[in-house]
Design a protein around this ligand. Sequence first.
Ligand code: R5P
Length: 291
Amino acid sequence: MYVIGGNASKTVAGDISDILKIPLAEIIRKRFPDDEYYFRIKDDISGENVVIIQTTYPDKNIIELLIMQDAAFEANAKSITVVLPYFGYSRQDKKFEEGEPISARAIAEHISLHADLVITVDPHKEHLLDFFKVPAYSCSAVKDIAKYLKSKDIDFILAPDKGAINRAQKASKIINCEYDYLEKTRIDGETVKLQPKNLQTQNMNVAIIDDIISTGGTMAQSIRELKNQGAKKVLVACTHGLFIGEAKEKLLSAGCDEIISTDTIENEFTKVKSAKCITDVLSKNKNFKSK
Ligand code: R5P
């Protein structure tokens, strides 16, 4: 059995290899002069079960993943488990307007071509798993995020929109504090509007939890709301930290006291590891061939 670590997920792959005590396959990867990707598995994986780990963001990492899967298929791997620490395109999970694609489904179908099992961390919505043509399961890093937050004296958890309520509730249980949510309307890719709400968070240390921080607009608005209502400290935590453009500056200028993210997309705010939740779900999965 081998773990094959993608370029986008080297840390997670290393951690999974350590936890499951499965060696990392020796590989060669490079870019051709025209920037096309070259990948080769040096170990003989014929007849072996393999776990390929690669976040599908940004776009070039999708191509890398498909090429890695094809290499494993060509090398006659016995089974291919694909771990997607972050499954990109998850926010285009339906046609919002006529003429649009269901992008998440398009990517999922391609990944399914050479996969026996797919695992992903905190998908934007659970129904995304149905887009894969092979068994697909999710795991959640919220428990590990909450454990980190517990050491930060958090009094209150806030979900910045209705979609994050379950995460907030789960974290608040672990931290043993109250939680609430805001109602958000998205105006465009960078702008959101929050419905005013009395949050009762005066002099409290509040953590806002979401699955993704992208442009930081959602979090920045929520931070401002909390600070306006007298919160003492406001921390923001997400599983997938994209931090596009000026996201960091937006959060800090809104008054954010700490930014926390996992390593599903490695960034300067990575403080929580995702490998544990992945290996927990992998080891329990009946489709996972661990020998
Ligand atoms: C959307 O529903 C997601 O859960 C996040 O709230 C969203 O992706 C955050 O985007 P941004 O950081 O650009 O506001």
